[in-house]
Each structure stands twice: as structure tokens, then as C-alpha cells.
Design a protein around this ligand. Structure first.
Ligand code: URA
Length: 430
């Protein structure tokens, strides 16, 4: 006969429902019993809703995170002989920063284990973008990851299913029960995976604004503070940047076109906002790795970061010189009047790129690597009537109609330049 369970899910739910603090052993049991499928989805859903409504203390969030880490394997890169630093972005439109950032930081002798996911909905996935490169392979064994970190220094690959399996179940449940937005649950979800991954330090890019997961800057700040505290409490040196996601990042939204733009940045060019964010995050990461004075701009200009990129792509069987997939069909939207582009909203542009085939609606769907949007102007740019504003890229011209529907009212041309707002709003430390 199996041993009796030490707690009852209904009691744990009642404590949170009544705004109490769940004792550590009961909370650990709840996560473990849910992973073992002893606690039912309906009970965990009620608990998640109680957390959404009543919150969790810092201690509860720490225990929740720890319990989710304990549900699976925990990797360690302690034997590498070099510091490890990872970056996590809460996701945005045109957010390809990981691509230039990982090789840039690795080119300073730091190991960057970027265990990433695929895109779902309007924010793109790093692996989807890299899979535009002919031959490139996302699935690596733990031994391959370690060998690549030891050699090249940077690895961007699929996170194994062994990391925090409790989070996988809980996240899917939250998705269908209106409980994704609970800050303690988001924080413990993200940080359990990052801590289980075994990084020594972590920089978080927490986005706010129309194209971000957290629209409200105060909520984004609270999430950032919660995650920085969690990382710190778990012995992972963690800092966060709070960054603006009201406008798409750079001039490309999609997969192959985002790779192309990332390579431009590694070649010392690229759009100013991509360079600014890449440099800001690289400085944070290198500071945590003990190199606060590293000249990251120089490494983008002198080919040092590009060399690391090429090595990183080749190590995963990709050909950095191969042509990227090109779209069969394009549709360019022209400026209807002369003036200044005052607004270009991230969310509708992300949705349009998704409808063009760049993203997926269901986890099992494929993405079309050549699909997406190329922007020809950004807010603040002067435009002339008839000038191209942006180009939709697709494999099938029947997709243009629904993409254009999403872009209705998503941009504006006016007389005056918009007030400039900082891309990096704040730095949050422990
Ligand atoms: N990303 C995650 O991994 N978890 C969340 O809860 C939200 C975003």
C-alpha cells in the first residue's frame, strides 16, 4: 500500500483563498503532488486563481520556484572553468537580441548557455529564427551543450524537457484558466527554468508596453523586482533591464529576415535600437561575469563577435554563408501622405507577421521561415507620400488580406515628431 499523502489540496487552496501564507512543506507537497498527477488540474487551477487574486509572499515564491526546480533535472556548468551568464527576455516583437548577444558575450571568454523555446502567438521564438539557417540544429544533448560551451562559448539550443517539468504542466493549465498573468507564477515559472539550467548569473530583459507580455510598466517593474529577488535568493547573480516594447525592435519581424538583421549588427551595422539593447545587455552580462570594462562596441566593429557567431552556427551544423529562405510573395504599403511617422504599434505588427506565417497558433504547427514584415521607416522618421513604409513577406498571397486587417490603425503619419522615449527605462538590481 502506498504511504498516505501528508497534506490535502483543498486545505492548501483554502489557505491561499483566505489570503494566508502556505507553509513551506505544504507548498512543496502541492507542486510535487501535482507533478505526480495526484493533485487534479481542477485543484491546481483553483490554487493558481487564488494566487492571482491574493498574491504570494517573497518566501512563498522562493519555495514555489524551488519546488518546480526539484521536479526535474538540474544542470551544472561548474566544471567549465569559465563564468556562465544567461539572458532571458520576457518576449517582444522583432526581439532578435539573443542572436547577436550570445556570440558577442562569448567572444569575451564567457560561457553563454541560452536554452530557448519556440514562439507561440505574436512573439517570435529564438529557435524558429535560427532554424532559417540551412542545416542548423536546435536539439543538443547535455554533453554537446557542455562541449560547445567549453569551446565556442555560446550555445543557443532547445531546452530539454527534463528542466522543471512541473512548470510545463502548470503553464499549460494557466494558459486555459485565465491565470497566466499572476506575477508570482510568471516569476517562478521563468526563474525555475533558468535556475535549473545551471547558469551562474542571469540578466533579465523585462519588457513593458503594447507588444509585451506586461503592458503596464508598474507590473513589469514588479515582475522584474520579483525575479531579481528570486535569482539572488537562489545564489544566481541577477539583474534586470526594464525596456520599452511599444514599437517593434529593429526593422524586421519574422525569422529569416531577423537573422539577416542580426548578422548586420554582428558586422558592425544594423538598426540603432538593436545595437543599443544588445550593447546594454552585453554590458550587464559581462559585468556579472567580472568584466565591467569590456569594450563591447569594439567587439561588434572588429569582427570578434562575428567570428564567434560563425563558430556557434557551424558547431550546430548550420552554414553561416548559406542563402536564407526568401519569400515567394511580397506586398509593400506606401505612405499615403508626407510627414513624420509618429507611431508604429508593436502588437498589431506582431499579429500581422504571425498571420503571414512567421509564427504559430498551435505548438505543433510549423513556421514559414521566409514570412514576416520588413519595415522601411521607424517612428520619428520623415516620410514622403508614395515612399515604401513596410513590406509584407509571405509564401502565399492569400495571407496578405488578414495581415493588412491586423494593421488597420496600427501606424500614423503626422506633422510633428513624437516625443522620444528611452528604450532602456531602468536597471533593477538586488
Ligand atoms: N514565460 C514563462 O516561461 N512562464 C510564464 O509564466 C510566462 C512567460
Amino acid at each position: 500500500m502506498s504511504a498516505p499523502e501528508p497534506f490535502d489540496a483543498v486545505d492548501v487552496i483554502r489557505i491561499k483563498r483566505d489570503k494566508g501564507q502556505v507553509p513551506e512543506d505544504a507548498l512543496r507537497w502541492m507542486v510535487d503532488a501535482y507533478t505526480r498527477e495526484y493533485v487534479a488540474d481542477s485543484q491546481m487551477a483553483a490554487f493558481a486563481m487564488a494566487v492571482l487574486l491574493n498574491g504570494m509572499t517573497r518566501d512563498e515564491i522562493r519555495v514555489m520556484t524551488d519546488a518546480m526546480i526539484a521536479s526535474g533535472e538540474r544542470m551544472s556548468f561548474a566544471g567549465l572553468g569559465k563564468p556562465t551568464v544567461d539572458k532571458h527576455s520576457t518576449g517582444g516583437v522583432g526581439d532578435k537580441i539573443t542572436l547577436p548577444l550570445a556570440p558577442l558575450v562569448a567572444s569575451f571568454g564567457v560561457a553563454v548557455p541560452q536554452l530557448s523555446g519556440r514562439g507561440l502567438g505574436h512573439t517570435g521564438g529564438t529557435l524558429d529564427k535560427l532554424e532559417s539557417i540551412p542545416g542548423w540544429r536546435a536539439a543538443l544533448s547535455n554533453d554537446e551543450i557542455t562541449a560547445q560551451l567549453r569551446g565556442v562559448g555560446a550555445v543557443i539550443c532547445a531546452a530539454g524537457t527534463g528542466l522543471a517539468p512541473a512548470d510545463k504542466r502548470l503553464y499549460a493549465l494557466r494558459d486555459v484558466t485565465g491565470t497566466v498573468e499572476a506575477i508570482p507564477l510568471i516569476a517562478s515559472s521563468i526563474m525555475s527554468k533558468k535556475i535549473a539550467e545551471g547558469t551562474g548569473a542571469l540578466v533579465l530583459d523585462v519588457k513593458f508596453g503594447g507588444g509585451a507580455f506586461m503592458r503596464d510598466v508598474d507590473m513589469a517593474r514588479e515582475l522584474a523586482r520579483t525575479m531579481v529577488a528570486l535569482g539572488t535568493d537562489s545564489g544566481v547573480a541577477t539583474t534586470a533591464l526594464l525596456t520599452d516594447m511599444n514599437t517593434p525592435l529593429g526593422l524586421t519581424i519574422g525569422n529569416a529576415n531577423e537573422v539577416r538583421e542580426s548578422v548586420e549588427v554582428l558586422a558592425g551595422g544594423g538598426p540603432a535600437d538593436i545595437v543599443e539593447l544588445t550593447v546594454a545587455l552585453a554590458r550587464e552580462m559581462l559585468t556579472l561575469a567580472g568584466q565591467p570594462d569590456a569594450d563591447v562596441e569594439k567587439a561588434l566593429q572588429n569582427g570578434q563577435a562575428m567570428d564567434a557567431w560563425r563558430e556557434m552556427i557551424r558547431a550546430q551544423d548550420g552554414d553561416p554563408d548559406a542563402a536564407l529562405p526568401a519569400p515567394r510573395e511580397t506586398h509593400t504599403v506606401l505612405a499615403p501622405a508626407s510627414g513624420v511617422l509618429t507611431r508604429l504599434d508593436a502588437l498589431p505588427f506582431g499579429i500581422a507577421a504571425w498571420r503571414l506565417g512567421a509564427g504559430r497558433a498551435r505548438a505543433q504547427d510549423p513556421v514559414i521561415h521566409s514570412a514576416g514584415i520588413d519595415l522601411h521607416a521607424r517612428p520619428g522618421d520623415e516620410v514622403q507620400a508614395g515612399q515604401p513604409l513596410f513590406t509584407l513577406l509571405a509564401d502565399d498571397d492569400t495571407r496578405f488580406g488578414r495581415a493588412l486587417d491586423a494593421l488597420e490603425g496600427a501606424w500614423e503619419i503626422g506633422a510633428d515628431a513624437p516625443a522620444s522615449t528611452p528604450l532602456v527605462l531602468e536597471r533593477i538590481t538586488a
